[in-house]
Ligand binder design. Structure first.
Ligand SMILES: [Zn+2]
Length: 454
């Protein structure tokens, strides 16, 4: 059983129940799990691998709770740059219809690698178009290559234009096929055990692209199979109008009516929600993936994160996109969540609900872990997975901010992780991933072919 010793961190942030931040801290890891956390005197002096974290901040690995990795191939697309969600989707659906299995594999590699550079060690992905034979197998293969913990979804769309939905009929699927693929994905990949590297989530796309029947059937099947449920909900005013028009209900009550409430459910966005809806979510244990950059990029609105937290709703963070962000920097997203929450409290920051740097970090770590149903990640404490990253405090971005390096990680410009470990194994070493340049070149070639249609 291989051992790893991390020592001499300028500060190690545990995110444990006491929120300990340990000066001169470190970890002792055996077989991917943390055995000891503390200063040099609490830790062994030797291990199979030793990482000296001098002048570095050691943080629990960040958890991304909403993303569409395939969209790394269509970032900053002309025609989709300056429009709201529905027009953005209408521009991109026909391009996504050309995705191949190789494209999905490559985009998943690049997207996960970009997340890893920002300190992310566990990622959930929500792919909902599966053209030309692409499947969850392509994504799981890519995640295994990168070494990130991966929650893959069997996303879906079934309500095409001819039935009153938003997506063209060419990108929607038959509902029996969707449910069969969900079952196949769980049987092939879902591992609920502690330290699991792969889990499966059922994720119909949104109220305007799937039927009520599929939402209901997905919820029933998820509970039968013991997996979690995720969808986009209450993201834009357009969506709210669509729900009122087609279902006679606002998005949150509509979802609840279909069985989408409980601590096995989390929604992306949750912007257009009222007080009683937030209370109902808190009572049921339903969570929210907050995606501030995407909400700003598409001018969707501002999610009421302070109200969620005050009411007891679990909140995690998602970079979303990648074509509606258009980045995959989760540390940057935590910073964005902090800043947007402050703007939302304006002009009464001092007396009002403000988000601190440490709260933003909580959302990005233990908040995300809760949404994914993981008790084994999100903090650095004995028994938990050795998922962590380090930031180099000698960088120019932190110059003058070392009175409080933990706050600096969120308040200063985000820097790339120096080291990233998942389950005690290195993913990023000294800022590098072997073969990254070649992958970027291949990804750019794939994006060119996909977006030019040749
Ligand atoms: Zn999304």
């Amino acid at each position: 059983m291989p051992t790893l010793l991390v020592r001499n961190a300028q500060i190690l942030v545990t995110m444990d129940a006491d929120r300990r931040e340990i000066a001169g801290g470190g970890l002792f890891v055996r077989d991917g799990f943390i055995e000891k956390v503390g200063t040099a005197e609490d830790l062994p002096t030797e291990a199979d691998e030793v990482l000296d974290a001098s002048s570095q901040l050691v943080l629990p690995g960040l958890v991304n709770t909403h993303h569409h990795l395939y969209q790394t191939l269509t970032r900053a697309m002309p025609g989709a740059q300056d429009v709201g969600l529905f027009d953005w989707l209408r521009t991109l659906y026909p391009i996504w219809a050309r995705l191949t299995p190789d494209d999905v594999f490559l985009a998943t590699l690049i997207g996960l690698l970009e997340l890893a550079h920002s300190g992310c060690t566990t990622a959930f992905d929500h792919q909902y178009v599966w053209p030309n034979g692409s499947s969850v197998d392509d994504q799981v293969a890519a995640a295994t290559d990168i070494g990130l913990r991966f929650h893959v979804s069997r996303g879906s769309m079934s309500l095409g234009e001819s039935d009153g939905g938003l997506p063209p009929d060419s990108v929607v699927e038959d509902e029996d096929t969707i449910l069969e693929e969900c079952i196949r994905a769980v049987d092939a990949y879902h591992d609920p055990s502690p330290g699991s590297m792969t889990q499966v989530v059922f994720a119909p796309c949104s109220p305007f692209s799937v039927t009520a029947d599929l939402m209901r059937a997905s919820a029933e099947l998820a509970r039968e199979k013991g997996v979690r449920l995720h969808t986009h909900l209450a993201e834009t005013a357009d969506e709210e109008r669509f729900c009122l028009e087609h279902f006679g209900a606002r998005p949150a009550p509509y979802a609840q009516e279909l069985g989408w409430a409980g601590d096995d459910v989390w929604f992306a966005h949750g912007v257009f929600v009222g007080t009683t809806e937030i209370e109902a979510m808190a009572a049921a244990g339903t969570g929210v993936a907050h995606c501030p950059s995407s909400n700003m990029r598409l001018a969707s609105g501002i999610a009421p994160v302070a109200a969620y937290l005050a009411t007891g709703v679990n909140v995690g963070l998602g970079v979303d996109g990648s074509a509606s962000n258009d980045g995959g920097n989760l540390l940057g997203e935590a910073r964005m969540a902090m800043l947007l929450a402050r703007l939302n409290a304006a002009p009464n920051l001092a007396g009002g609900p403000q988000m601190s740097a440490r709260t933003a970090l909580e959302l990005a770590t233990i908040g995300g872990a809760k949404l994914l149903g993981r008790a084994d990640i999100g903090s650095l404490e004995p028994g938990k997975c050795a998922d962590f990253f380090t930031l180099d405090l000698g960088r120019i971005e932190y110059a003058g901010a070392l009175r409080d390096p933990v706050a600096a990680a969120l308040m200063c410009a985000p820097t790339p992780a120096r080291h990233v470990y998942v389950h005690g194994r290195p993913v990023i070493t000294d800022g590098s991933f072997e073969g990254e340049e070649r992958l970027i070149a291949e990804h750019n070639a794939a994006a060119k072919r996909l977006t030019q249609g040749s």
